[in-house]
Design a protein around this ligand. Structure first.
Ligand code: G3H
Ligand code: 13P
Ligand code: ZN
Length: 305
């Protein structure tokens, strides 16, 4: 139906202990795969782009594509800037038509993170735009944000941060990391931290970054088709479902879609050596992305209480 501020569908999901998927995209084709999965499952989602994706596709192109799809499809969805690195880039996205922005100053000082986030929240709320921030550090590669150590989010600091900034959503560090080669914690995600932050902040949406499973079967299939992925690891479905039941609502997924696309394209090219039409090759990848999105939406948004 429309490109919307995700607040109402996120709060409804939080109340019902369900997860809302936030999928990363980089172009027209992958964005359509994601939105058509939302349409097919009749479930609102968040489409998000990193600063790297904006450099790749162009800010105005991304917004125009999202707006056009919001006319073509009936389902409500939000357009989010993922891991924005400054107030200025978030402002640019808001002014261009995004309905959500994330300001990730998690590697800066607590005070700077509070000041800049509070400034952004004031600006964004006047324009009916939803804001996510991050506290605590995720190990691994983030878009333009590199952290070398994992620091779990402190629930006391999270409460203070939310009170001082009035931010709508908070990404917390509870044991996940970005990409296909995730750090493994023997005892899984820090469910006690999720529970405490959720209990202290009932109206705030909690976000799990680095939530890809990195399905070993898919990785093996890619490698059999000529891929050279190293031994990978991801987050278990059980851990994520528990995290949602304990208070996580927004689930960020990028790597699983990249793997799905890679598998689709490799398989298609192997089986169709005579084809060189770009549309057919791309379609083989986006069909897999759509299937992967439907699977995730069914896991997380249709959870029984
Ligand atoms: O969390 C970051 C996303 O996976 C985006 O990755 O910077 O390669 O677009 P990217
Ligand atoms: P993955 O690398 O686990 O897909 O995480 C994506 C993410 O957190 C985007 O912000
Ligand atoms: Zn992330």
């Amino acid at each position: 139906m429309a490109l919307v501020n995700p607040k109402s569908f996120l709060l409804k999901a939080r109340k019902n202990q369900k997860g809302i998927c936030a999928f990363n995209t980089v172009n027209l084709e992958t964005m359509e795969a994601i939105i058509s999965a939302a349409e097919q499952t009749n479930t609102s989602i968040i489409v998000q782009v990193s600063e790297g994706a904006i450099k790749y596709a162009g800010l105005d192109n991304i917004v125009s594509i999202a707006k056009n799809f919001s006319k073509k499809y009936k389902i409500d969805f939000a357009l989010n800037l993922d891991h924005g690195s400054s107030f200025e880039i978030c402002k640019q996205c808001i002014d261009a038509g995004f309905t959500m922005v994330m300001l990730d100053l998690s590697k800066k000082s607590f005070e700077e993170n509070v000041t800049e986030t509070a400034k952004l929240v004031k600006y964004a709320h006047k324009k009916n735009v939803f804001v996510e921030a991050e506290l605590g550090k995720l190990f691994g590669k983030e878009d333009l944000v590199e952290n070398i150590e994992s620091v779990f989010t402190d629930p006391v600091k999270a409460k203070e941060f939310i009170e001082k900034t009035n931010v709508d959503a908070l990404a917390i560090s509870v044991g996940t990391s970005h990409g296909a080669y995730k750090l493994k914690f023997v005892d899984g995600l820090k469910q006690d931290i999720i529970k405490q932050i959720a209990k202290d902040n009932k109206d705030t949406i909690l976000v799990l970054h680095g939530a890809s499973h990195i399905d070993l079967d898919t990785v093996e299939k890619i490698n059999k088709l000529g891929g050279k992925l190293k031994s990978t690891s991801g987050i278990s479905l059980e851990d994520e479902i528990l995290a949602i039941q304990n208070g996580i609502t927004k689930i960020n997924i990028d790597s699983d879609l990249r793997l799905a696309y890679t598998y689709g394209v490799r398989k298609f090219l192997k089986e169709n050596g005579e084809v060189f039409d770009i549309r057919n090759i791309t379609k083989a990848g986006t069909t897999e992305i759509k299937e992967e999105c439907i699977k995730k939406i069914n896991y997380f948004s249709k959870l029984e209480k």
